[in-house]
Ligand binder design. Structure first.
Ligand SMILES: Cc1cc2nc3c(=O)[nH]c(=O)nc-3n(C[C@H](O)[C@H](O)[C@H](O)COP(=O)(O)OP(=O)(O)OC[C@H]3O[C@@H](n4cnc5c(N)ncnc54)[C@H](O)[C@@H]3O)c2cc1C
Length: 414
């Protein structure tokens, strides 16, 4: 009774997409998806602030090394089978209208993740994919080309093919399953987080945003340019999140105690800024420094930088000392901040780490050491920056594994 052609453990984005792909390519096969929680697609529901950022605009120049801090090289092969454009086409052909926002993120036109969930669950129903909820798989064995799965309710399930789509490897239970079948993995660590700055010099400036700040993590080689926002806890925005992803491993090693340097004027060299301020000393000699404009920087930030450079509020440009000028330039171009801890980015969060890609045939997502076992989605050592790239990993690897299994099943069935 409990035997299937394919069992998928995990009814998240990747598991459900793989199930649908298998059935679309091999309708007669039997597929069971086992999920430990009481519903499918829990993360899809809360994703993108409830709007689900499904992928990214394929018309933008999307270079995998700039998108996936881990796994970009290996992902070239699955992407050649299911790309950003394929995701857009897939949703169109399954009746989901999408829209592209100016920053390239793609959402359903309804602005509701429920649209994506409804689409997937209707397909599961139409294709007779069996969904088993509230049951956790705790042990896996392969004997005589058959997988035997044991659940926490002591039920036994058997299948010829098995896809593990367990999400982040952050629990000891998931680690125990992988250890038992001798699968090498890196335990999950956070990626995509904002930087915490206790006793921030920016207190009172919360909400100020910048189009282009260069952020450099002092103890590492990591730096990044882009939009940044001052928050109640520290700094966030696309430039910070991308940096958190690329520096995830180093920041974890530093136990999230580190220094960043901000350059508020990365478009100019230090010499150009010095000249710009020296010109002001001449042309605005009788003006108060505190009332000055510095390029297009917000005046509230400029006032704070002037205070922090120990320049008195009644000081005029003509009286600016060399040391004060130096301090001003340093604060504008190398503003030092002590960071401690991290804040989860609630719109999108992902973990780095996962099944070692050396163990995975990236053309199919099949395990190289255990035939007919597949790993997909966040549980492999691939993670992306914010913008729909993590779901893209789930669709791409779900599709790739699904096609391979369907092909093998068709070969056997027919
Ligand atoms: C708040 C938030 C917002 C996000 N927003 C976006 C976004 O807008 N765009 C984007 O691209 N990415 C987003 N992400 C990331 C994205 O959700 C993940 O990359 C994606 O869900 C991974 O899919 P998955 O199927 O690999 O894993 P998951 O979605 O985590 O699914 C794994 C499933 O396996 C189940 N499971 C685990 N172990 C067992 C077991 N032993 N037995 C049975 N079931 C088990 C889990 O309960 C879970 O349902 C967001 C993440 C978060 C947390």
């Amino acid at each position: 009774m409990n035997s299937y052609d394919l069992i998928i453990v995990g009814a998240g984005a990747s598991g459900i997409f793989a199930a649908i792909t298998v059935k679309e390519n091999c309708f007669n096969c039997s597929v069971l998806v086992i999920e430990k929680t009481s519903k499918a697609l829990g993360k899809v529901k809360i994703s993108g602030g409830g709007r689900c950022n499904v992928t990214h605009d394929p018309k933008k120049s999307l270079l995998l090394p700039e998108i996936y801090p881990r796994g970009s090289k290996e992902m070239r092969s699955p992407f050649s089978q299911f790309s950003f454009q394929d995701t857009v086409d897939w949703f169109a052909s399954h009746g989901v209208k999408l829209k592209t926002e100016s920053d390239g993120r793609i959402f359903p036109v309804t602005d509701s993740s429920q649209t994506i969930i409804d689409c997937f669950l209707n397909l599961c129903k139409n294709y007779e994919i069996k969904l088993q909820y509230s049951e956790e798989i705790i042990n896996i064995k392969q004997e005589f080309n058959t997988f035997t799965l044991t659940s926490n309710q002591n039920n036994i399930y058997r299948s010829k093919f098995l896809i593990l789509a367990l999400g982040s490897i952050n629990s000891t239970k998931t680690q125990a399953i992988l250890n038992a079948i001798q699968v090498v993995y890196k335990p999950a660590i956070p990626s995509l987080f904002s930087f915490n700055i206790p006793s921030s010099p920016f207190e009172g400036l919360e909400g100020l945003s910048f189009d282009n700040v260069e952020i450099c993590i002092s103890q590492t080689k990591h730096k990044n340019n882009g939009p940044m926002i001052i928050t109640h806890w520290g700094i966030s925005g696309p430039a910070v999140l991308k940096l958190s992803a690329f520096a995830a491993i180093e920041l974890h090693e530093l136990q999230y105690e580190y220094e960043v340097k901000l350059n508020f004027l990365p478009e100019y060299s230090e010499a150009e800024i010095q000249k710009y301020l020296a010109d002001k000393k001449q042309t605005e000699a009788k003006q108060l420094i505190t009332n000055t404009k510095i390029h297009s920087l917000p005046t509230r930030l400029v006032k704070r930088i002037i205070e922090l450079s120990s320049i008195e509020s009644n000081q005029k440009w003509a009286d600016l000392k060399k040391s004060e000028m130096y301090s001003l330039v340093q604060h504008l171009t190398q503003f030092k901040l002590r960071c401690s801890g991290k804040t989860t980015y609630k719109e999108e969060f992902v973990t780095a780490g996962g099944v070692d890609l050396k163990l995975v045939n990236m053309k199919t997502m099949e395990c190289k050491t255990i035939p007919n076992l597949y790993f997909i989605g966040e549980m492999i050592n691939v993670d992306g920056i914010t913008g729909g790239f993590n779901f893209q990993n789930a669709w791409t690897t779900g599709f790739t594994s699904g096609v391979d299994i369907a092909t093998k099943l068709n070969d056997n069935i027919t």
